[in-house]
Design a protein around this ligand. Structure first.
Ligand code: NAD
Ligand code: UD1
Length: 339
């Protein structure tokens, strides 16, 4: 298949481009580099040893999309492009509704006009809000607690409404849990701008000596060690989930929703210890107050993806932390390193 990957220069996008190419598909990338670096795509080309056709532009710009659809035969779109920082979404909600919701609507309409009827959309476990229990199943109540999460849920609803009305459109909604780790090559990985919001890139920067101490947000949760528990999933497993979703559901009309997680809950302190052990570096931390809006425990039931897509996560915690360390230690300044 020929796949347009919006946001293909980003963290999950680069890994997914590689997984698609390795599975025999071809990709065209559209990215505006608002949260990524052109070097990331060069590294994808090095790893795959072939050029990756690329357009610099906005995934919400109809003219750009029409041009791409006129130049390439596209069988489906994976839509990673979007903004993803929860705190920023509270400060700048309109940015999130424009870049995530409005852009997705334009993309879907332009795809449909061009006769491209399969979309894979990057959703998030954040749509569940504070879950009633764990593990989380796809039919659990939804209740995102911030504009980022609401923007994801709105797009899910747009996709479902459009699939229902169109009768021909296939909308595959993937709810990611917590993607971490990096490609085995150590050439690509997570490269956040500024101070990382998320746990794994923060730990990685402490281990490599860029930051002094990790703040552990909350040690009084009702979990085994008192720290927050999440379902961390290796980014290469996540990438593989996209390939399986496309190969299984391409052209099958209707909306299809899947959790992509491992089903295992890992606490903050378990993650810190695993990282320190794999990197053989100290990861100093201090226990501080809870981060507002955080939930105690969040992990997936991914049986639906296993049953329908034949997909399940294969990498364990050691593989997640050691691959992250391979990337971080070889590229202490991310894509700015060693060019
Ligand atoms: P990322 O920021 O690394 O990648 C997103 C890419 O999209 C970047 O390359 C950015 O430059 C590009 N982009 C943003 N807005 C654009 C626009 N309007 N037009 C063109 N390009 C644009 O993020 P990621 O971690 O790879 O996440 C990919 C998707 O998965 C996002 O939609 C995110 O919300 C979702 N998601 C991520 C996580 C996570 O923890 N990383 C979890 C759940 C869901
Ligand atoms: C966060 C987002 C969520 C998004 C997800 C995916 C918030 C409130 N939620 O979820 O919407 O979908 O990322 O990337 O931002 N932690 C620390 N110290 C840190 C950073 C994190 O102790 O410096 C803890 C958190 O309290 C949490 C765990 O580590 O218990 C994971 O945090 P994080 O990586 O930010 O992911 P989520 O909170 O699951």
């Amino acid at each position: 298949m020929h796949i347009l990957v919006t946001g293909g220069a980003g963290y999950i996008g680069t890994h997914t481009c590689i997984a698609l190419i390795e599975a025999g598909h071809s990709v065209v990338v559209l990215d505006n580099f608002s949260n990524s670096h052109p070097e990331a795509l060069k590294r994808v080309e090095q790893i795959c040893q072939r050029p990756v056709p690329f357009y610099e532009g906005d995934a919400g710009d109809a003219d750009t999309l029409k041009y791409i659809f006129s130049q390439h035969h596209i069988d489906g779109v994976i839509h990673f492009a979007g903004s993803k920082a929860v705190g920023e979404s509270v400060e700048k909600p309109m940015l999130y509704y424009r870049n995530n919701v409005t852009a997705s609507q334009t993309l879907i309409e332009t795809m449909n006009d061009a006769g491209v009827h399969t979309l894979v959309f990057s959703s998030s476990a954040t749509v569940y809000g504070d879950p009633q229990s764990v593990p989380i199943f796809e039919d659990f109540p939804l209740g995102p607690t911030n504009p980022y999460g609401r923007s994801k849920l709105m797009v899910e609803q747009i996709i479902q409404d459009f699939c229902q009305a169109s009768g021909a459109f296939s909308g595959i909604i993937l709810r990611y849990f917590n993607p971490v780790g990096a490609h085995d090559s150590g050439k690509i990985g997570e490269d956040p701008n500024g101070i990382p919001n998320n746990l794994m890139p923060f730990i990685a920067q402490v281990a490599v000596g860029k930051r002094e101490t990790l703040s552990v947000f909350g040690s009084d949760y009702p979990t085994a060690d008192g720290t927050g528990v999440r379902d961390y999933i290796h980014v290469c497993d996540l990438a593989d989930g996209h390939v399986k979703a496309l190969e299984t559901l391409h052209g099958q009309p209707g909306s299809h929703i899947f959790n992509l997680g491992t089903g295992n809950g890992i606490s903050v302190l378990e993650m810190v210890n695993a990282y320190a052990s794999a990197s053989e570096q100290p990861v100093p931390y201090q226990l501080v107050a809870r981060r507002p809006g955080d939930v105690a425990c969040c992990y997936a039931n991914s049986d639906h993806a296993k049953k329908v897509l034949g997909w399940e996560a294969k990498h364990d915690l050691h593989s997640m932390v050691s691959s992250s360390w391979h990337w971080q230690s070889g590229n202490p300044d991310g894509y700015q390193s060693g060019k």
